[in-house]
Write a protein that binds this ligand. Structure first.
Ligand SMILES: C[C@H](C(=O)O)C(=O)SCCNC(=O)CCNC(=O)[C@H](O)C(C)(C)COP(=O)(O)OP(=O)(O)OC[C@H]1O[C@@H](n2cnc3c(N)ncnc32)[C@H](O)[C@@H]1OP(=O)(O)O
Ligand SMILES: [Co+2]
Length: 134
């Protein structure tokens, strides 16, 4: 079902500040910055091999990212698995009794279709299913 790690989502207070580390020290290239209103986040994608780093900054106090940082501080917030078809993946997860955060796909950065599983069902890892129609 999952084909690869599409990206690792890292919650940061400031993308500008975090970018210095990812570009200057790690030598990654910034591929793009996109605000995803629906998720109340600003994202910055940095390709890394077959995957990407996604830096996430809250655009609103009610953002999942704002709450995450409030409670846990900055850090790895989710892992995104690339799937062929998000709807199918959600159906399979639901059939296996996995608690869904999203019953239907939502808009993801770069026009991806994304949906989240609840960490309570996934050994404490917030998982994002991510479909990109390349
Ligand atoms: C757009 C872009 C893209 O890729 O295109 C994105 O990624 S958007 C990325 C940002 N958007 C999202 O993350 C959307 C999905 N996330 C959510 O709906 C929410 O963050 C959530 C439901 C996972 C948690 O909501 P919340 O913080 O209000 O809830 P709570 O604080 O009560 O958390 C409920 C339980 O989940 C745990 N918990 C909360 N957040 C995480 C996390 N990131 N990873 C692992 N566990 C987590 C808490 O410790 C708690 O466990 P305990 O009870 O044991 O303490
Ligand atoms: Co993501």
């Amino acid at each position: 079902m999952i084909k690869k790690i599409d990206h690792v989502g890292i919650a940061v207070k400031s993308i500008d500040k975090a970018l210095k580390l990812y570009t200057d020290l790690y030598g990654l290239e910034l591929a793009g910055i996109e605000v995803v209103e629906d998720q109340k986040v600003k994202t910055a994608f940095l390709p890394l091999g077959d995957s990407e780093i996604e830096l996430l900054e809250a655009t609103d106090a009610n953002s999942a990212i704002a709450k995450f940082i409030e409670k846990k501080g900055e850090g790895i917030q989710h892992i995104a698995f690339r799937v062929e078809n998000v709807e199918k993946a959600l159906k399979q997860a639901k059939e296996k009794g996995i608690r869904l955060i999203d019953e239907k796909p939502r808009y993801g950065a770069g026009g991806a279709k994304i949906a989240f599983l609840h960490p309570k069902s996934t050994q404490g890892v917030l998982v994002e299913f991510c479909q990109r129609d390349e």
